[in-house]
Design a protein. Structure first.
Length: 709
């Protein structure tokens, strides 16, 4: 049996919460793929399980049996997860290289040594202030360089680490919340823990992130921890680790936590829609910006004729400026909503050597980073960058991209341009409006870092990717639909998420989330979303949208008599709505009660002669009744207007066909066909055959018309 098939049986047993089955399948796996250390660990679990099983078989009562069974199940999961980790490292050349490299060195990887290094760095930075000026810079460069290398190694070590014990997790919580360790180091380590968790669920690492989120006084650290445990929350091993839900329940007692989770879920939805938003920016906004900007920049070199044109037609320049401002405003509005407007622009710069180290993708921006420190020490450059970064629109990854790109090109710019940039003589408004620092902004910028990593990092395919939407439109970002959160205080916030999902046309995800709504949260809006109009009307028998939905639901099922009853109620309650009266008329037409349908239609046509919706229904009713001349006059007006609909062409074709104007009818059918079916071969059901036959059109004529079209 192949490795993955053998381990799959162990995995299935763990997901089912069956410890005995997991043990037997792991024994089968080790028989085919022996490994001494794992076999020894399994033998210990097997011995403890057998002892418990034997006591149970002999009728022994043990009040601790359930707890003991759970602990054995968790020990089996750790065994399984470490075996999977081994195979993942072997199957991933990149991860295996990281795993091997950091563990073959001479570095001491004890937790005490790791903490001592990080705390020693903070002390050494503080001691730099005591150094003479002529030595301080060189010592600073060496100090930050050594530390960056150490942190990159630690990042890789944590990323490729096996399952943690609870003790290891507790030590990391202490380090990640300690005021004696630099916040940049803490934030970077949290990103490494998240990546490791995404590869394989680890309860100790998950608990570490939730505890850091709960205990840290540093908002940047808290928000990274929040993103980490949300993206790595897993229901797969819920029976192995029921305490995962218990942890979340404690957190969700806080209104602030619920609000932050809601904001985060909405921000994740925007991340998943980045590709669509980028297309909008590239195809609709950027061409206008570039066109308008280039014309305005050309003002200094315009010809005499162009100057004369400017005098004679000053409104052209004003319109151009207004067009530019509208494009800028549209982009800024998208940015305010949460759209990542800079992803496309910075994506190419991620190929710089700076991004060869995996940790550099997720490290917070700091001017002393060894790869940019030399450029940042120039006070003129610093003035420029501070002005750009003050807008708070760039994530850390894009800040590094901006610096390395400017460093590459600044010496190639004309002297005047270079001086202008260094003096800050430019408008930062082109980056969008400055954003006030906030918790939501901190989280949003970190999500932008993560998104760039998973979209652009060369070895991203070898890592579990929460933004992979090939199997599901929400990828691994659908936190609110987890049953881990069912019947928790988060329920009342689900409505906001459904609205966002529907706004972004993520309807499958919206329906999945609606299925998780607690009974206590199923209000009128819920029943309208789920199209359960019977329950909606029980709440409010006169609710307009519910009445309309019920009527349309019955109409779509071909139950026209029943639909008519609901539409008539709708008209009684809301007689001022023209659309409601049209629904009644359409039902009457389907029931072939044409005279009844025409009475309100004639009145509406008299009151609203330019209402295309009224004219459309009136024309079709007249066609069905055989008043073809009147119908043709209305259709001729409809197909000649900009608001023409495709069905107007087809229905007018029917009208002309019944009049015997076959040639003109075929032209209209052909136009309709080209729009509706993109020139595919027409089938017999292109026409409503029963309707035509009732009006004297036979099979031969239908086939001849199909051929003609």
């Amino acid at each position: 049996m192949a490795t993955n098939e053998s381990l799959k049986l162990v995995d299935e047993a763990l997901q089912a919460g069956n410890c005995g089955w997991a043990i037997r399948n792991m024994e089968n796996y080790l028989a085919a793929w022996p490994e001494q250390h794992t076999s020894e660990k399994l033998a210990e679990v097997r011995e403890d399980y057998s002892r418990m099983e034997d006591y149970w078989l002999h009728g022994g009562e043990d009040p601790q049996r359930a707890d003991l069974y759970q602990r054995l199940l968790q020990r089996m999961y750790v065994l399984y997860a470490n075996v999977v980790h081994y195979h993942r490292m072997k199957a991933s050349p990149y991860q295996n290289s990281l795993y091997t490299r950091v563990r073959q060195g001479q570095r001491n990887w004890s937790l005490a040594a790791i903490r001592q290094e990080m705390e020693g760095f903070v002390s050494n930075v503080a001691m730099l202030q005591l150094e003479p000026d002529d030595k301080r810079k060189a010592k600073s460069v060496a100090l930050y360089k050594d530390h960056q290398q150490q942190m990159n190694q630690l990042f890789e070590y944590v990323l490729t680490s096996r399952q943690w014990s609870d003790g290891v997790g507790d030590k990391f919580v202490e380090m990640l919340t300690s005021p004696t360790i630099d916040t940049i180091d803490q934030q970077l380590l949290i990103a490494a823990v998240m990546l490791s968790l995404l590869n394989q669920f680890d309860m100790a690492k998950f608990r570490t992130l939730t505890e850091v989120y709960r205990l840290s006084q540093d908002e940047a650290v808290r928000q990274r921890a929040l993103v980490g445990w949300v993206l790595s929350a897993s229901e797969t091993y819920r029976k192995v680790y029921p305490e995962q839900r218990e942890l979340l329940l404690k957190l969700l007692q806080s209104e602030q936590v619920c609000q932050e989770l809601t904001e985060l879920q909405i921000q994740l939805i925007y991340c998943l829609n980045e590709e669509k938003d980028s297309r909008t920016i590239q195809k609709e906004i950027m061409p206008d910006l570039l066109k308008s900007s280039s014309k305005m920049m050309a003002n200094d070199i315009e010809t005499e004729e162009e100057r004369l044109e400017e005098v004679l037609h000053p409104e052209v320049s004003e319109e151009r400026m207004e067009h530019l401002e509208n494009s800028m405003r549209r982009m800024q509005d998208m940015q305010k909503e949460g759209v990542d407007v800079f992803y496309h622009g910075f994506s190419q710069i991620k190929r710089y050597p700076f991004f060869y180290d995996i940790s550099n993708w997720l490290v917070p921006f700091y001017a002393q980073h060894p790869d940019i420190a030399q450029f940042m020490t120039n006070s003129k450059n610093l003035y420029l960058l501070n002005k750009v970064f003050a807008a708070n629109v760039f994530c850390n990854s894009d800040k590094y991209s901006f610096v390395v790109a400017i460093h590459d090109v600044i010496n190639q710019l004309p002297q005047q341009v270079r001086e202008m940039l260094q003096r800050g003589e430019f408008s930062a408004d082109e980056l969008g409006e400055s954003i006030e620092p906030s918790v939501a902004l901190e989280r949003r910028l970190y999500l932008m870092d993560i998104y760039r990593f998973f979209r652009l990092y060369p070895h991203r395919a070898e890592l579990a990717n929460p933004f992979d939407v090939t199997a599901d439109e929400m990828g691994g970002c659908d936190f609110f639909s987890l049953s881990l959160l069912s019947d928790t205080p988060i329920e009342k916030y689900k409505v906001q998420i459904v609205r966002q999902l529907k706004k972004h046309q993520m309807n499958r995800a919206a329906q999945r989330l609606l299925q998780t709504f607690a009974a206590s949260c199923r209000d009128m809006q819920y029943y309208l979303w789920t199209q359960d109009y019977d329950h909606a009307l029980q709440l409010n028998p006169r609710h307009e949208r519910a009445l309309l939905g019920k009527g349309r639901q019955l109409y779509d099922q071909g139950r026209y008599e029943e639909a008519l009853t609901w539409f008539e109620q709708l008209t009684d309650y809301y007689p001022e709505k023209t659309s409601n009266q049209l629904y009644v008329a359409i039902c009457l037409v389907q029931l072939e009660r044409y005279e009844e349908a025409l009475k309100p239609l004639y009145r509406l046509n008299y009151e609203q002669p330019d209402n295309n919706a009224v004219n459309r229904v009136l024309a079709w009713t007249l066609t069905c009744q055989g008043k073809l001349e009147q119908a043709a006059n209305i259709y001729e007006q409809l197909v000649g207007r900009e608001q023409q609909k495709d069905d107007d062409l087809k229905n007018y074709g029917y009208c002309l066909w019944l009049q015997g104007r076959v040639g003109r009818a075929s032209e209209l059918f052909r136009q309709y066909s080209q729009r509706y079916q993109q020139n595919t071969v027409l089938q017999a059901d292109f026409f409503d055959i029963d309707w035509l036959k009732k009006r004297g059109i036979n099979d031969v004529e239908i086939n001849m018309m199909l051929s003609l079209v």
